[in-house]
Design a protein around this ligand. Sequence first.
Ligand SMILES: C=C(OP(=O)(O)O)C(=O)O
Ligand SMILES: [Mg+2]
Length: 558
Amino acid sequence: MATESLTGTGVSPGAGYGPAYLMGAAVPEPPAGARHDGDVVAEVARVEAAVERVAAELQARGEAVGGDARDVLAAQALIARDPALAAEIGDLIDAGTAAERAVYEAFMRYNDILTQVGGYLGQRVADLADVRDRVIAELTGVPMPGLPAAGDKPYVLVARDLAPADTALLSKDIVAAFVTEEGGPTSHTAILARALGVPAVVACAGATSIANGVPVLVDGTTGLVGLMPSEDEVRATIKAARTRDAALAEVTGPGATADGRPVALLANIGGPRDLAAALEHGAEGVGLYRTEFLFLDRDQAPSEEEQEAAYREVVSAFPGRPVTVRVLDAGGDKPLGFLPPTEKEPNPALGQRGVRILRIFTDVLTGQLRALARAAEAGSAEVRVMAPMVATPEDAAWFVAACRAAGLRSAGIMIEVPAAALRATDLAPAVDFFSIGTNDLAQYTFAADREVGALTAFQDPWQPVLLDLVAMTASAGVPTAVCGEACSDPALSCVLAGLGVTALSMAAPAIPGVRAALARHTLAQCRAAAVAARAQTGPEAARAAARTHLPALADLGL
Ligand SMILES: C=C(OP(=O)(O)O)C(=O)O
Ligand SMILES: [Mg+2]
């Protein structure tokens, strides 16, 4: 048995095992006025050793990665070994300052000089701060900032939460599983983990107190995180996950119920890098391309040419198939510096987000639509474009008109605000399709921030009220997909089919489970499951009631 276990919410299936790596929180500033005990020589030697370890590690990591990263890391190693900095640190230690504080102050002086010089050198300030924090971490024993380099063994990445920028370079070969203390089933960590096919547990209380290097077994289905598990336990958990995967691999082909009602199984992607997984898991197209990843960490929108190149890559991966692109969903939990709201927002999730911000910065939308129209022209995919956060018929009509003006044939909207679901019949005449975003629909229905771990329960897509809103939307007479994380649950995907949804879009690794669940149940069973779930008053009861009509789930290990 594991010596200790923690529990969170399993959000990406499969089992992962490896040493814990605690993603370094910000390295604290050493206290001002900290003094050493008088041994100047020993204190200087401590700094020299720390600097050398940091420089060598940066250099080695650069060599391992190669390309541009090698030059950047080699430059950082040079900063660390800079003799002028060493002299400055030495002077401070001579005057009695403790090693870590001396490092901090000497680096800060350089920082000020670079900032004043500005231009290219000014932009190196972040590199300098990173080297400073690494040396201080080395001296004080706190975790290193950032992510560790790939080693021989994948590690379990433990963090308070993960931002998209933290994880841009991760892959399945580097990370065996994710565990975060915060976040819910629809947080960025969960979305990213599913896209990479890495098991993940979020909202796991106590996760950040796991010590670095401790062996951790993560079950991304049950949400259990075992510390120092026995070999037998690791073997059994991994075997059960594999058995389930093997059962699912036997069902292939396009999504359909057992009696042949087609339900398109599409992939949610964040960019071209997710295409391989989408194709590997047999996605029939793309149901949600979250384009905002292309716009993150920039001072301005990417050029139309750069956007077109990314869109073309996605479009060409699915010839003749639907590729549903969501235009930029900025604001709220995805703020972009170059698209600021017009006033200070005390509640960003309820602020100028999605289509609301695009209605202010119309040039950004027009540029994106033009790039999409050109990419659509170049390939044979059926490109569909949709807007996030549409709340009124007027928003819908405005967006569709903008798409038509750009020459785009298929224009739709996301239904993720209760107002839009409740009055779907008013929005229907303007659009070609709906796609329900259950993540935000839950957030706004319950007035519960989806990024707050303590409110995870409200994100449960089995809430009967959410099923009611899906049913209302699907009966408005427009083809309706669901692209929120709800679709990753095979039982719920049967219920959604039973509610009249015609396409389901999810992180690619979830597709086999959903395909198998649908293939083993008739449309009548799916409808009965939906009726039974909606008759309940809470999510647990809804889940249990639906499952009584979906008997094959248990055989599939789902
Ligand atoms: C699919 C959705 O969009 P996102 O998670 O990107 O907000 C949703 O809200 O359900
Ligand atoms: Mg959304």
